[in-house]
Design a protein around this ligand. Structure first.
Ligand code: SIN
Ligand code: FE2
Length: 208
């Protein structure tokens, strides 16, 4: 197994784990699936305020949010009503190699950051399988990622996530507040229109 470059409280980062060819192959698998499961604008519960990122999902379950029903996982795309496309094989292989978890991921959330899109501090907490880590794969422009502790008021640190970087939120970091402050435009040529795609793989239900 690949040795992580850093390991602090369950946050692991493998910088440049995917070389350019691997990034292009994964990008193409993602774009192909977006034809069947297009990006949509997620909306915050209650307020209905649009999020800054556009989203879709791959795999048996997908994370969605809208004004009426809020945050949840569901097996179908909210706009097409069809099942989500399957997970890119490379993403599944990374989960098997790096997660240390004895069951398959069920959701691959796709976030597209364009322009000044960012994501506020939050904890991923809609999964029943709390013992499973979240595996994150970055493609395209570099993100200024922020991660803190279990309380919103805990100190945070900033980590650059570049194209091809893979990171894992496990252990204490699984319950840590995290978000994306901003994207650095022009730092990668992987995506034809620029911006950043982040894939996060999650186990949702308790296995067995
Ligand atoms: C997320 O927390 O869902 C996304 C994190 C990222 O874009 O790196
Ligand atoms: Fe998250």
């Amino acid at each position: 197994m690949t040795r992580p470059a850093s390991d602090l409280d369950g946050f692991r980062l493998w910088p440049g784990l995917l070389d350019r060819a691997a990034q292009e192959a994964l990008r193409d698998e993602v774009f192909a699936r977006m034809r069947a499961g297009p990006l949509y604008i997620p909306r915050m519960p209650k307020s209905g305020q649009p999020m800054r990122v556009r989203m879709t999902n791959f795999g048996p379950l997908g994370w969605v949010t809208d004004k009426e029903r809020g945050y949840r996982y569901q097996p179908t795309h909210p706009e097409t009503g069809k099942p989500w496309p399957d997970m890119p094989p490379q993403a599944l292989a990374l989960w098997r190699e790096l997660s240390g978890y004895g069951a398959e991921p069920e959701a691959c959330l796709v976030n597209l950051y364009e322009g000044d899109a960012r994501m506020g501090l939050h904890v991923d907490s809609d999964e029943e399988a709390w013992d499973a880590p979240v595996l994150s794969i970055s493609l395209g422009d570099t993100a200024i990622f922020r991660i803190g502790g279990a309380l919103r008021s805990d100190p945070t640190r900033s980590v650059r996530l570049a194209s091809g970087d893979v990171c894992l939120l496990g252990g204490a970091a699984r319950r840590a507040y995290h978000g994306v402050d901003r994207i650095l435009p022009g730092t990668s040529r992987l995506l034809p229109k620029g911006g950043r795609i982040n894939l996060t793989l999650r186990r949702v239900t308790v296995p067995g």
